[in-house]
Write a protein of this length. Structure first.
Length: 277
């Protein structure tokens, strides 16, 4: 006999999803209200270790690392959101075309997928960032046009499986147009894959933004960003200022893991095998 207070997988997943979403929204909202006055230079407060007054300590210019890290994380989240959205939309469009536009188009899109997946990922991102002028624009374009391949294959496979279903075959016999079939019968099945793919792209987008910025191919040094903070901190770790890298790194790791958790939980909810457990 089941305990009446036992929580099933779906309820646990929804609770986890709500918690992760609220936590990330709190970071975004808090970061949006932080301005330069909160993390500006103050030479009387430089090189201070973590304390109640400065939770993440201060750097060699006296800048509060807590506010600077939150502001940088907010920037990374927005870049990840935009890049992941563009990449996911591109994946759905190309996956749909591959499954419905004939063998030649399918072969061409699969060739593109193999081409993009066969390149060293980070080097490819660096090349694109340099090509379009680095900065935020370089990161957005680089991440957006290199992260669509996996979701494209998933969407293509899903549509190919749907095309053989009886209700779609009957819709064709009844004279419904391909557009009407796509909107009424195929899109409802693709949307869950789109949202899960979008969320799961977030961690990759954020990590690649931080990596490119860390290597000097991303956000300019004068702007607060996690990659900039981690890159600058490398010069001061040997001097004992460990907090400059540890706390921003933990913040980046926690946000990436939360996004990954949200994507995994969404995948559980829409999966017929686990969604009702």
């Amino acid at each position: 006999m089941k305990n009446k207070f036992e929580i099933n997988l779906r309820t646990k997943t929804i609770f986890m999803l709500v918690f992760c979403t609220l936590f990330l929204l709190a970071i975004i909202v808090a970061g949006s209200f932080i301005n330069e006055s909160h993390y500006g230079s103050n030479f009387s407060q430089k090189n201070l270790p973590p304390s109640l007054e400065h939770l993440f300590g201060t750097d060699w210019l006296g800048r509060d690392m807590f506010y600077r890290s939150l502001k940088g994380m907010t920037t990374s989240i927005w870049i990840g959101l935009i890049a992941s959205l563009v990449s996911s939309v591109l994946a759905v469009v190309l996956g749909t075309l591959a499954a419905t536009a004939g063998k030649k188009v399918d072969s061409a899109i699969l060739w593109l997928v193999d081409l993009f997946q066969g390149k060293p990922h980070l080097i490819f991102l660096m090349f694109i960032s340099i090509l379009v002028g680095k900065g935020v624009k370089g990161i957005l374009i680089g991440v957006a046009i290199t992260h669509w391949t996996g979701l494209t294959r998933i969407v293509r496979a899903e549509i190919l499986a749907l095309k053989t279903n009886q209700y779609i075959l009957q819709a064709r016999k009844l004279g419904q147009s391909p557009l009407r079939i796509a909107v009424r019968h195929i899109q409802p099945h693709i949307l869950p894959q789109f949202f899960v793919g979008l969320v799961l792209l977030f961690p990759h987008a954020i990590l690649h933004e931080a990596s490119l910025t860390f290597l000097g191919f991303g956000i300019p040094l004068e702007q607060p960003a996690i990659g900039v903070i981690l890159s600058e901190s490398m010069r001061y770790i040997t001097l004992g200022m460990w907090w400059l890298a540890v706390f921003p790194g933990l913040l980046l790791l926690s946000v990436v893991m939360l996004f990954d958790s949200i994507g995994g939980n969404l995948k559980k909810i829409i999966d017929p095998k686990t969604g009702q457990e």
